[in-house]
Design a protein around this ligand. Structure first.
Ligand SMILES: O=C(O)CCC(=O)C(=O)O
Ligand SMILES: [Fe+2]
Length: 355
């Protein structure tokens, strides 16, 4: 997430709240090709699909921490604009998926309006691969910050993808070449505000249970609220939603559905949701910065061949319908979600034999 100073501005995450136990992986060690750290990261990607990434101690990570502190501030500025101003930039799905999404525009699992507003910025728009739309003034003034963040986030993505390819025993550029920032994609930054709990009825889901449809997500926030549904240990017990405890100078990293599809189920895309912050954190507005990486628009969505990837033939990941490009695949998933045809569930994490 972000620097210590931002954490000091809020009451601490309560010690008695049950939390998901997520490994903390060191970015410095990943950059220095530490074998044990790389193994630990891959293990997380297979088992829970989530890990914390400790950013301190290297140039890219330290720069990203600074970018994130400023982006959280930018998020506050945007959300503080008058509603009439924000509505000028409203997203118009399915034609335009980026821009502002107002509070309550989407539904939760109980069909109640959601409890979050967000501003979505497309990577292609900022990088000049798509026409730049009109942005609210705070974004226009801080485009250099947005570009700086994208650059540092891409450096981190690159090292994670290299380790992923190596761990899968595939040529080293296999995963990163399918999501290069110089190629068009649906990759986006989401700047999100979850309003403070003002009454008992606000103690409910803010962002519905979902899996991320892209490849990898890098998430930063200060207050608790994110929860994951960990895989049950013996397959019998009912899984319990558990909070992810935000930690200073760390990102939350999770795998998305595209990674599961490419690896025929080896990696895990885990279900998560956002609810109200725990204990004394509830009466505060919660802010998040999410970088949702999507595959290159024309990337092949069939499972990869080679390395330790199981043969998809005949299994869940051998679907002729997946013989399509990433942008068609995402459109199909979006439509299924809108029509309630896609029952959201965690996928992947199939046991690997002899590894
Ligand atoms: O705000 C958060 O903690 C999570 C956001 C999220 O899951 C998403 O944007 O996909
Ligand atoms: Fe998500």
């Amino acid at each position: 997430m972000v620097s210590d100073s931002l954490f000091e501005a809020y009451p601490p995450f309560p010690v008695d709240t049950p939390v998901a136990s997520l490994a903390k992986i060191s970015l410095t060690k990943l950059f220095s090709q530490d074998v044990e750290e790389s193994k630990a990261m891959f293990e997380c990607c297979r088992t829970t699909g989530f890990f914390l990434l400790h950013l301190s101690g290297n140039e890219v990570g330290e720069a990203l921490i600074r970018d994130l502190d400023s982006l959280l501030d930018l998020t506050k500025q945007i959300m503080n604009l008058p509603i009439a101003e924000k509505m000028k930039y409203h997203a118009k799905p399915p034609e335009r998926l980026f821009g502002y999404k107002s509070l309550g525009f989407m539904k939760t699992e109980t069909n109640q309006p959601d409890r979050c507003e967000m501003f979505m910025i497309g990577q292609d728009e900022v990088n000049g691969l798509a026409p730049m739309p009109e942005y609210p003034t705070p974004i226009v003034e801080r485009l250099p910050l947005v570009k700086s963040y994208l650059g540092h986030a891409q450096d981190i993505l690159h090292v994670v993808c290299r380790i992923m390819s190596m761990s899968l025993r595939l040529p080293i550029s296999t995963i990163s070449s399918k999501q290069l920032p110089e190629n068009r994609s649906g990759t986006l930054i989401r700047l999100i505000k979850y309003p403070a709990v003002a009454s008992e009825s606000d103690r409910r889901t803010s962002l519905l249970p979902h899996t991320d449809m892209g490849t990898i997500t890098l998430l930063a926030n200060v207050l608790g609220g994110l929860q994951i549904l960990p895989p049950s240990v013996d397959g019998n017990e009912t899984p319990q939603w558990l909070y992810v405890k935000p930690e200073p100078n760390c990102l939350v990293v999770n795998m998305g559905d595209a990674m599961v599809q490419w690896t025929a189920g080896v990696l895990r895309s885990n279900m998560h949701r956002v609810t109200f912050p725990p204990g004394p954190q509830a009466p505060y507005d919660r802010y998040s910065v999410a970088f949702l990486v999507r595959a290159t628009a024309d990337a092949d969505m069939r499972s990869l061949k080679g390395g330790i990837i199981p043969d998809a033939a005949g299994g869940d990941f051998d679907n002729e319908d997946d013989n399509i490009t990433a942008s068609e695949w995402e459109k199909k998933k979006n439509m299924a979600l809108i029509q309630g045809k896609d029952c959201v569930r965690s996928t992947g994490g199939v046991p690997l034999e002899g590894i």
